[in-house]
Write a protein that binds this ligand. Structure first.
Ligand code: ZN
Length: 212
């Protein structure tokens, strides 16, 4: 068990390719190696190495940054002596009150709710497997991660902020808040965390357990 967590090879199992349905045995993978389908070259499995401790540490750090990004002001806007403090949640509220309800929901979903859920689900699953604690709904939490992944668009939000920053800079005085730095760190850490996280390996680890 300990050897596997450090990224040692794992047992070969018969797997169907998700692209062409070809059944094949995935060879033992060393840390950093990936297995591709022999017919269509689709990625079947990868072993990111670092065991469970690396994604655990990265997701935990991402969670702290997500909280900081939502607690502190994103930026302060000063027009003709009047100060306007903006937070990430505040962006959604401003859009909603401006009559752009659908856009407000999309911003809230892609920059707050989906990242929060994906980080929480990943930590829940990793902690349960790492410490062998029989928590409820671990399989459901693991399946949610794949469904939520397309909804995380932190980089798109950041791009929108940069565009607004350039445009508003000509009209008002802008001061960057702590939240912006936390948000940039969150983008980097969540990308690193997802790269160190291989759901297929976790499904295999769950196979022999009585988790629900
Ligand atoms: Zn294939």
């Amino acid at each position: 068990m300990k050897q596997r967590e450090r990224g040692a090879p794992f047992r070969a199992e018969l797997t169907a390719c998700h692209e062409c349905d070809e059944l094949q045995r995935i060879p033992a993978l060393e840390a950093g190696q990936a297995a591709r389908c022999r017919i269509c070259q689709a990625l079947l499995l990868r072993n990111p190495g670092g065991g469970l401790d690396r994604p655990l540490a990265l997701f935990l750090s991402a969670l702290i940054l997500l909280l900081l990004a939502n607690i502190f002001p994103f930026m302060t806007l000063e027009i003709q002596g009047q100060q306007e403090i903006t937070t990430i949640l505040g962006t959604s509220q401003v859009l909603y009150h401006a009559g752009m309800g659908a856009l407000a929901v999309v911003v809230f979903l892609t920059s707050i709710l989906a990242p929060a859920l994906i980080i929480s689900c990943a930590l829940y699953v990793l902690l349960a497997i790492r410490f062998n604690v029989s928590l409820p709904a671990v399989r459901m939490a693991l399946s949610w991660i794949s469904h939520l992944k397309p909804w995380v668009m932190l980089d798109v939000y950041m791009l929108g902020v940069l565009v607004a920053f350039v445009k508003l800079d000509k009209m008002a005085s802008l001061h960057i808040g702590l939240s912006l730095f936390a948000f940039i760190g969150l983008i980097i850490l969540s990308t690193a965390a997802m790269a160190a996280f291989e759901p297929q390996l976790l499904w295999r680890r769950l196979a022999g357990k009585r988790f629900t």
